[in-house]
Design a protein around this ligand. Structure first.
Ligand code: PAF
Length: 283
């Protein structure tokens, strides 16, 4: 695996692969990789001849009072994980490589981003779309892999790729969980031992909600009430949102039908955690 820091080095590597007729997969990350990222790289390596992993802590997707300055970093561990999972190129750019000092062009959308995380993080998805669009333009992959853990982000990027005619297949991959159910996240490292135990209220709520839907419940309020009760029973947890939306439009729904995303965001202490389940093709 080669490690590179400039856009030109990525373009040159991809040009070489294309000349040989090889397919290219892309996994974008903000570093501090865990088994969730590893599962994306393994899948990308299984489905493509070459895989590019980007490791870039993207400043434009963080709000003023968010955790950009304290976000965990571990370059050596990240690079080893990528190499062992089968990546061919590890792209680790500086902020100045990705954003010109006077950059004034962004990628944004009118729909899908005004709900869920977009409500509490109003500039977040503009930052995500902008940086992912840049990576799409730099790498020009055949396929790009994103975790379902960030389900709204997955829906947003699928829509951006469709609307902007990238011709890139955006593939969603399942949530990877700790043995006790907590969804893997780089932000789990912020949790104290007591908060780590309290954080299990998220996955408990998700499992109960999913069971209800799979057993045939179609009333969103009934499912959300049951989930809310579980989270509210945990003194260290404070709900940001517990919502049921259409997965394609990210609009709230009262009755479950079609592709449904049930998403939650909960503060455990100061750490904001998210989790979700998706049920597709409900009649
Ligand atoms: O999911 C993430 O880690 C980030 O939002 C992404 C897609 C790498 C863009 O910075």
């Amino acid at each position: 695996m080669d490690t590179v820091t400039t856009i030109e080095e990525v373009r040159e590597a991809v040009r070489g692969w294309r000349r040989e007729g090889l397919s290219v997969g892309l996994v974008t990350t903000m570093g501090y990789l865990h088994e969730g990222h590893e599962s994306l790289i393994l899948r990308a390596a299984a489905e493509n001849d070459r895989v590019v992993v980007t490791d870039f802590l993207n400043p434009t997707q963080f709000g003023a009072n968010e955790d950009l300055s304290t976000y965990p970093r571990d370059f050596d561990r990240d690079r080893d994980l990528c190499e062992n999972a089968g990546a061919a190129l590890f792209f680790y750019p500086e902020v100045s490589e990705m954003y010109d000092a006077d950059a004034c062009t962004y990628v944004d959308m009118d729909a899908l981003t005004n709900e869920l995380c977009g409500l509490t993080r109003p500039t977040h998805f503009r930052g995500v779309c902008t940086v992912v669009a840049k990576f799409f333009n730099i790498v020009c992959p055949d396929r790009a892999y994103f975790g379902q853990k960030d389900a709204q982000q997955l829906a947003v990027i699928k829509r951006m790729a469709r609307d902007m005619k990238y011709g890139i297949e955006v593939i969603g991959c399942p949530i990877i969980r700790e043995e006790d159910g907590l969804a893997k996240s780089s932000r789990n490292t912020y949790l104290s031992a007591e908060e780590r135990a309290a954080a299990l209220c998220l996955s408990r709520a998700i499992f109960v909600g999913k069971d209800m839907v799979e057993a045939g419940e179609r009333d969103a309020k009934a499912v959300l009430d049951a989930m809310t009760q579980i989270i509210e029973a945990e003194p260290l947890a404070k709900i940001d949102y517990v919502k049921m939306v259409n997965f394609d439009t990210i609009e709230q729904i009262d009755t479950l039908s079609g592709n449904v995303l049930c998403a939650i965001a909960v503060y455990v202490g100061k750490t904001r955690l998210i989790d979700n389940f998706i049920v597709e093709g409900i009649e």
